[in-house]
Design a protein around this ligand. Structure first.
Ligand code: 5GP
Ligand code: MN
Length: 343
């Protein structure tokens, strides 16, 4: 049996909002990943199955390796389909906020959402949700928001309401947020949910290949280049750093998603507990990804040094400076956290 974690009060509140309204907009975070898109589309299919008018609005594009997800063609990207997205946001009776914990994580979309008085429902697994939500389904111990969407649907209706399409989306989110169940996935319920999704007929091996075995040749070369030339190990701090500046990304024709997963790789080195990746996707702007093992809190490092946040073992942020300045900042962060890194 899957343990019930969402309170009856929450479920009742969500049910009231769904049954009493018609138009829903599902929102997720900037640079959407498999969990952002998977959880959003699963909920989209569910609301549709209940005869509701639903739309998914994301701030910007998702990686190509997610483009096969059922329903993806109907997703609106705010930076491209701005007018249509604004119209739908304006008409929404309620918002579902998925896989982020504060409205500033959805970029410009938040300005449009702020104009609406429609209630916002949070379904998320990041720490420290803000107080902007009318209903809060926030469980940092969940492996993914997709796990929570499965639970939500099961609680609102039943497992029978989970369609094959919903199952594919949910599985993709659970798989991508756990590195194919390599981390953040030791709870038994995760596998009970996976078993329930397999019962819907999903082919988990095929989903794995679609997501992880879809590299271009240039992406493989970029990975080789990074491992050979760009990975720095700081043994004194049990930490590692990868940097890719704008010209390097261009040299390898890097497209969205090509650098996904790179930040995890240094953790394969024995003794490394903290990994950092700086990538200059736009000249002058550096995207930061942080990963750690055990109790090292990269969300605290992200908040203190990199204008970001996230989970204890997976966080991110952004910097507006040169790569050299970013590297200096990383050195400062390592020095500050030396005790925790080496204990
Ligand atoms: P990634 O390295 O995959 O971009 O992000 C890892 C995790 O950190 C994700 O769970 C994401 O939600 C969170 N994250 C990434 N960037 C930011 C940021 O700028 N602010 C906050 N608060 N969290 C972030
Ligand atoms: Mn997530």
């Amino acid at each position: 049996m899957i343990e019930n974690i969402i309170s009856k009060n929450c479920i009742d509140a969500v049910e009231q909002l769904i049954s009493g309204n018609e138009r829903f907009v599902i929102l997720s975070h900037k640079n959407p990943d498999g969990d952002a898109l998977g959880s959003s589309l699963a909920l989209y299919h569910y609301l549709k199955s209940r005869g509701k008018n639903a739309a998914v609005v994301l701030p910007n594009a998702f990686p190509d390796f997610l483009a096969w997800l059922p329903g993806v063609k109907n997703v609106l990207l705010y930076d491209k389909d701005t007018d249509r997205a604004k119209e739908l946001i304006g008409l929404a009776d309620a918002f579902f906020c998925l896989d982020f914990n504060a409205l500033n994580r959805i970029g410009d979309v938040s300005e449009e959402v702020a104009k609406s008085s429609a209630p916002k429902l949070l379904v998320d697994h990041h720490l420290y949700p803000s107080d902007e939500f009318a209903v809060e389904i926030s469980f940092p111990e969940a492996c993914s928001t997709s796990e929570l969407v499965y639970r939500l649907i099961e609680n609102l209706s039943s497992d029978a309401a989970v369609s094959f399409d919903m199952a594919q989306c949910i599985y993709t989110g659970m798989m991508t947020d756990t590195g194919a169940f390599a981390y953040a996935s030791s709870r038994k319920d995760i596998f009970l949910i996976v078993a329930a999704l397999l019962d819907k007929g999903i082919d988990k091996d095929k989903i794995y290949r679609r997501v992880f075995y879809s590299s271009s040749f240039t992406r493989m070369k970029l990975q080789g280049y990074v491992m050979y030339r760009k990975l720095k190990v700081y043994n004194k701090y049990n930490a590692a750093l990868i940097t890719l500046d704008h010209s390097e990304l261009q040299r390898f024709y890097a497209v969205k998603g090509d650098t996904e997963g790179l930040v995890n790789q240094p953790l394969q080195i024995k003794g490394i507990r903290f990994s950092c990746f700086f990538r200059e996707e736009i000249p002058g702007k550096i995207n930061v990804s942080l990963r750690s093992v055990d109790d090292f809190p990269c969300n605290e490092v992200a908040a203190e040094f990199f204008n970001g946040g996230g989970h204890k073992n997976a966080s991110g942020g952004e910097l507006h400076c040169t790569m050299d300045e970013a590297v200096l900042l990383f050195a400062k962060a390592m020095a500050k956290y030396k005790n925790l890194l080496t204990e």
